[in-house]
Design a protein around this ligand. Sequence first.
Ligand code: FES
Length: 165
Amino acid sequence: MQAQQMETGLDQKVEKIIAAYREKPGALIPVLHEIQNELGHLPMWVQQRVSNAMNIPLSEVNSIISFYALFSEKPKGKYVIGVCKGTACYVRGADKIVEQLQELLGIEAGDTTPDGMFTIEVVRCLGACGLGPVITVNDTVYTRMKPDKTKKVITDLIEKTGKGG
Ligand code: FES
């Protein structure tokens, strides 16, 4: 089965990363970081593998993943849209931007579209408070966002991906 072959490949990558850190104390975060870079997220089977191999309780592995925003248990989309909901962006209407994105993409903040193209994330202050509301799409920063400007960014991306509508 194709899925099993893929799982085996991923499995080997995970084993290799764990093996590289096995003897090093305090290696949990670097291990999780490397695995996420490789796989894009940290599903439960990975958490179990790390827990067993590093002799760290699964609950501890899971709480580290939940605590750090850079870790994700779910796969993310090709385009990760971060909406700042820091105080300055919030008072300038970040909520409206989140609503607009949810409506345009048909998903809730924190989720990914079923086609794997878009993820909406709410993020903390991005350090550009005077230019808020601020959103990011992967590494690109967009400032002074309004719902219509947001719509343009998303429709341009949808066109770019050839998905139409
Ligand atoms: S509050 Fe949004 S960039 Fe600082």
